[in-house]
Design a protein. Sequence first.
Length: 284
Amino acid sequence: VAYLIIFHILFVLFVWTYWKSIFTLPVQPGKKYHMSYADKERYENEERPEVQRQILAEMARKLPVYTRTGNGGIRFCDRCQLIKPDRCHHCSVCAICVLKMDHHCPWVNNCIGFSNYKFFLLFLAYSLLYCLYIAATVFKYFIKYWTGELTNGRSKFHVLFLLFVAIMFFVSLMFLFGYHCWLVSRNRSTLEAFSAPVFQNGPDKNGFNLGFVKNLQQVFGEEKKLWLLPIASSQGDGHFFPMRALCESQNPLLANEEQWEDDGIDEEPHDSGEASSLAIERET
């Protein structure tokens, strides 16, 4: 009875997380990131690349976009005709831009991103436990097979096949799940692990790394009781992510003074000591 209860609990969680990973559609950028008709016409009619970059910079000035292309330009998707938010990428299979895209998974036939990354991690975790539980409960019958206690030929085939499949999937899932656990601890996506995001001050593979606890909270949320359930609890809306700031001069939010002035946020510090220390830190 205990074996059956544990089996069905793991099976329900496995199916639930797999279902959520498949049918949770990827989130696309909001309307404010799309080109207006006038901007689109200006951009397409302009043949000079420097003017096109200037048009994109004007559009992105009021958006919370702080990552750049390799040459320092605004990240723009020609197919979707939108300015890409931070950590957003275009999926060639889904033919859309996906917020915080991690990869396109053939296992679930869906794009893994901001909307279903938590579900995908839980799917891997419960699949790993499911395979481990099956292998552990079948192993004693495998021992009986080698000692000659099993006389039924069909039972021998079933035991060998089930144990082999469970161990095979367990080993493969263990490496995959361990890799994604490492990514979560560093607050990176699979794409960012291969190509570091570029900020205004250059590439930084740890640009979104806020520390182990905060990195977990970004994916699983602050409510710990929801961490093990396939219920949406990730922080934010997928358009903006907090960034690691070693000092204010390296913070993309403060690196561009023109953007703060254009947005009307050029406030003077109330304390002269704060102003002097800020100036010194920017010079360093």
